[in-house]
Design a protein around this ligand. Structure first.
Ligand code: SAM
Length: 219
């Protein structure tokens, strides 16, 4: 009896630890292999993937590319490869733009590895320059460039203003069925989306999900 109790007491902490780890693991399975943990972005990624299906999206733009390929699903999100995979399966195209050469190299390596070259084009450019000259209609816009800071208010404002500028430059290429997702919003100071979402809400946009990311569609 004592032995049984001792065994239970000894096994309990690892079992609890394992259960908690399992609960915290937010996968997009079966769309993405189970091993990838999308954590705080799972809910918005899942809803966005559903909308991409429903709205027959053909053109995707992402600002700020997945610099670590598929390695950082928990931290950065790896959106290039989530939405890029969807695009490949649905005969859509994706353009991902980044100002940093290493980020572009990191994304390109994964694009090669996943055979996504016919679907995703990664551009080395300031997102504002890229968006200014983009000529096609955009069905899904993902804003995730200028890195945000949890503590530095100056960086927070610069990041928020940058994302607003991005939106304004591509706004006239969006249409009634377009989808906009903004990353890193649930952070001190309002995150990347604060200023651009305020702007969008004064226009004809509404928030579908306001979580760590903010997902918007037209009213
Ligand atoms: C958080 S990461 C993007 C993560 C990626 N969207 C993902 O889901 O994995 C932010 C990226 O934005 C890029 N960036 C910062 N300022 C930029 C700008 N002005 N134009 C384009 N990219 C920029 C950085 O170089 C960095 O690679």
């Amino acid at each position: 009896m004592v032995f049984k109790i001792l065994t239970i007491v000894l096994l309990l902490p690892p079992a609890i630890h394992f259960t908690l780890k399992f609960i915290k693991h937010k996968s997009l399975y079966p769309f993405m292999p189970f091993k990838y943990n999308f954590r705080r972005r799972r809910i918005t990624f899942a809803k966005t993937l559903k909308l991409l299906d429903e709205r027959h999206v053909k053109m995707i733009i992402e600002t700020g590319t997945s610099r670590e390929g598929l390695k950082n699903t928990k931290g950065d999100g790896a959106a290039t490869f989530v939405f890029g995979k969807w695009a490949q399966q649905n005969n859509a195209k994706m353009h991902s733009v980044d100002i940093n050469e290493d980020s572009v190299k990191g994304a390109q390596n994964e694009i090669n590895k996943q055979n996504l070259n016919d679907t995703i084009t990664v551009h080395l450019s300031d997102s504002l320059e890229f968006l200014k000259t983009f000529e096609n209609t955009v069905d899904f816009l993902y804003l995730d460039s200028y890195d945000y800071s949890k503590t530095d208010v100056d960086i927070q404002i610069k990041s928020q203003e940058h994302h607003l500028k991005e939106f304004k430059l591509i706004e006239n290429k969006l249409h009634d069925n377009s989808i906009v997702l903004i990353d890193d919003c649930g952070l001190p100071g309002g995150g990347k989306g604060k200023t651009v979402v305020e702007y969008m809400l004064k226009k004809d946009w509404k928030v579908l999900i306001d979580a760590y990311q903010i997902l918007l569609v037209k009213k």
